[in-house]
Write a protein that binds this ligand. Structure first.
Ligand SMILES: [Zn+2]
Ligand SMILES: [Zn+2]
Length: 178
């Protein structure tokens, strides 16, 4: 995403301009993240002539698909992002640079998306996850594996924790299951 700032520079300090955008999201990122960005990254870039340089604020939203961190099923959603950077002509030890009145905002856009992308997501708050013994998706079937936790110390902690949070009422889909 290239923006031309010749006019902003000519208008002098305080001048500003906002441009809408719908750009391809970053294709590949850290392999372990497992997130996939869907559709365009859409939003607007606001540019202000700050005297010393051009101050850019990118605001947008990005749709994504991610594996549920409990059951590994697909989760789709979207998140908002905001990122700022000051661009100077020539050198800028603390920010971005540009030349010939053109600023390439693609790296800043990608950074904004990666900084705000969710790392963990549940398909639903009450996701039952996978059976640790047989791997069955417990949202879809009751596998019949024994549910006792092997290590008694952890079991004690779990009971305490459940007592503390036990007041949680039945969820939206909380049917009467055995
Ligand atoms: Zn899930
Ligand atoms: Zn099982």
């Amino acid at each position: 995403m290239q923006v031309n700032v010749a006019e902003l520079k000519r208008q002098g300090p305080g001048a500003e301009r906002t441009v809408p955008f719908a750009e391809s999201p970053p294709a590949a990122g850290p392999a372990e993240s497992g997130i996939e960005f869907l559709g365009p990254a859409a939003g607007e870039a606001r540019m202000v002539n700050a005297g010393t340089g051009i101050f850019v604020t990118i605001t947008g939203t990005q749709a994504f698909r991610l594996a549920c961190s409990r059951c590994l099923g697909p989760v789709e959603g979207s998140f908002a992002f905001v990122i700022e950077e000051e661009y100077r002509e020539g050198s800028n030890p603390d920010g971005g640079t540009y030349s010939q009145d053109a600023i390439d905002l693609t790296p800043l856009l990608a950074e904004g998306i990666w900084l705000h992308a969710p790392e963990h997501q549940l398909c639903r708050p009450e996701c039952r996850g996978l059976c640790p013994t047989c791997g069955a998706n417990l949202n879809e079937e009751a596998c019949g594996c024994p549910t006792e936790v092997v290590d008694g110390r952890w079991e004690a902690l779990r009971i305490q924790w459940e007592r503390k949070s036990g007041s949680r009422g039945g969820g939206v889909d909380g049917g009467p299951e055995a």
